[in-house]
Ligand binder design. Structure first.
Ligand SMILES: CC(C)(COP(=O)(O)OP(=O)(O)OC[C@H]1O[C@@H](n2cnc3c(N)ncnc32)[C@H](O)[C@@H]1OP(=O)(O)O)[C@@H](O)C(=O)NCCC(=O)NCCS
Length: 180
């Protein structure tokens, strides 16, 4: 397990999947905002369910987020689109509703940076998030990510086009204990 100050990132357990699906994917608004595609209902127990991990997929690493104190499951975190030539990857993160707003997201981004930069030797990490997602923007910026641009009307979400913000962090600018 990778440890931050409040959360840990561990492998996905089989019994995490239905909880993550019920709390994150089955919430149509949350999933439409976070998943970057059209929401559709997915049968629980399906091998194609969104939080089922394919360990053979080299471009994607999935973690479950747990509270360090007690080990309760609080969300899902991943590095996706891992590009070992250009040495960059994207960060994805979703916390269960009761776990939001407690500093866990900021800590999870810090641990994902440690994994990306130290364990994987990446050079750049990036995050794309909706421009009104204050908690995600702040979680990224507190870890040193900078806003590199606005992708205007790039996301079709529940009946309207929304802007996304692209944030990036280079390993040379990364301060492991950054509090931005
Ligand atoms: C986005 C998310 C991962 C952030 O994690 P979090 O644990 O809620 O965020 P934190 O508690 O670490 O807060 C980070 C900062 O945002 C602020 N913040 C938290 N929730 C906020 C809200 N609803 N509105 C405005 N600011 C908020 C905090 O005050 C904190 O700011 P500070 O560091 O200046 O004090 C989490 O809220 C989440 O999973 N949301 C739903 C899914 C999602 O949006 N995923 C991202 C898709 S790209």
């Amino acid at each position: 397990m990778l440890r931050g100050s409040k959360i840990g990132l561990r492998a996905r357990h089989e019994d995490d999947v239905p909880i993550l699906q019920a709390e994150l994917h089955d919430d149509v608004v949350n999933a439409s905002r976070a998943e970057g595609g059209p929401w559709r209902p997915i049968t629980h127990g399906s091998k194609d369910a969104p939080f089922v991990v394919d360990d053979k997929e080299q471009k994607h690493v999935s973690f479950s987020v747990v509270e360090l104190d007690g080990g309760t499951l609080i969300g899902s975190a991943n590095l996706w689109g891992i590009d070992n030539h250009n040495r960059f990857a994207h960060i994805g993160l979703g916390l269960l509703p009761p776990a939001r707003g407690k500093g866990y997201g900021t800590d999870a981004v810090a641990v994902l940076c440690h994994y990306g930069f130290v364990v994987r030797g990446l050079h750049r990490l990036q995050i794309e998030t909706l421009s009104d997602n204050a908690a995600m923007l702040r979680s990224a910026e507190r870890n040193g990510f900078v806003r590199e641009g606005v992708l205007r009307s790039s996301a079709w979400v529940m009946g309207e086009f929304l802007d996304e913000v692209l944030l990036g962090l280079l390993v040379k600018d990364w301060k492991p204990d950054s509090e931005g």
